[in-house]
Design a protein around this ligand. Structure first.
Ligand SMILES: [Fe+2]
Ligand SMILES: [Fe+2]
Length: 273
């Protein structure tokens, strides 16, 4: 049966498909890491800055993990096709802080910080859901199970942090602007996710030699999800809810559970660190 899990397993079993998948993932994570590092250095809020830095360190770590997974298979990164470059496509639509702004050394305004947090709120929702799916499919895999479980837990923390910070800023009087921006960002993300999904499936179909019926079915699946999200699913991306107590203050630099930012904390199977 054709399911998301069966498609992921097929990609995982093929070196070239796996190489492209890991390259796209590593590049997106690394991009997120760089953005967070820049934002952390430009933000004036001294309490928020270390949390953003930690967010950046986590994303850099994810980039390294995907890179190592790929090299362990004996392949190196390939270029990410433009139509599969989720971060760049969002930026081109003016979603999140544009790179020109991040390269500038002027401190960020409150609205800039809200733009960053709203972009993260929406994209971390996607990351958290994608990684939960990966955990369902590969959570017990001896080669990548541990890595996907770790990244998934981090993405849940990032999402919780965005909820918490945006609720704080809403309480400080920014609620109307945040709501409007969340809606605009979610709509753009949903459109972009559809385009990227189609682009990735098209390339995977070429690499794996999928017959046209299979390509058609998978494209229909991407459209089906898009229709659902346009009509109804977008709501889950714009609501703000206080995380449960154990998830609060998830990006604090020193946490009681001793989780370290950016430290990989484990070795991939068969790898000497
Ligand atoms: Fe990540
Ligand atoms: Fe994340």
């Amino acid at each position: 049966m054709l399911t998301a899990g069966s498609v992921f397993r097929e990609i995982y079993a093929d070196d070239r498909a796996y190489q492209l998948f890991c390259s796209i993932a590593a590049s997106g994570e690394d991009q997120g890491g760089w953005e967070n590092e820049r934002i952390a250095s430009l933000v004036r809020d001294r309490e928020l800055a270390p949390k953003i830095a930690r967010h950046g360190a986590d994303e850099r770590k994810h980039g390294r993990i995907f890179d190592r997974l790929m090299r362990k298979r004996g392949v190196g990164p390939v270029d990410v096709p433009d139509d599969a470059d989720y971060c760049m496509l969002l930026e081109r639509q003016g979603i999140g802080l544009i790179h020109e702004r991040l390269k500038d050394d002027r401190p960020l305004t409150d609205r800039d910080v809200i733009t960053y947090l709203v972009h993260s709120r929406v994209t971390e929702q996607r990351a958290s859901e994608d990684m939960r799916l990966m955990v369902r499919v590969f959570g017990d895999d001896p080669e990548i199970g541990r890595a996907v479980r770790m990244i998934s837990a981090d993405e849940d923390n990032h999402l919780a942090y965005c909820h918490e910070e945006l609720l704080r800023l809403s309480a400080a009087g920014h609620g109307g602007y945040i709501r409007e921006l969340l809606r605009r960002t979610a709509k753009a993300e949903i459109r972009t996710h559809r385009g990227v999904g189609l682009a990735v499936m098209r390339r995977m179909g070429e690499i794996l030699g999928w017959p046209s019926w299979k390509r058609g079915l998978l494209a229909a699946g991407v459209y089906g999800l898009w229709l659902y999200e346009e009509a109804y699913g977008w709501r889950r991306m714009v609501e703000l809810r206080m995380p449960e107590p154990r998830m609060r203050n998830a990006m604090a630099p020193a946490r009681a559970d001793g989780r370290q930012a950016g430290g990989d904390g484990f070795a991939l199977v068969g790898e000497v660190t």
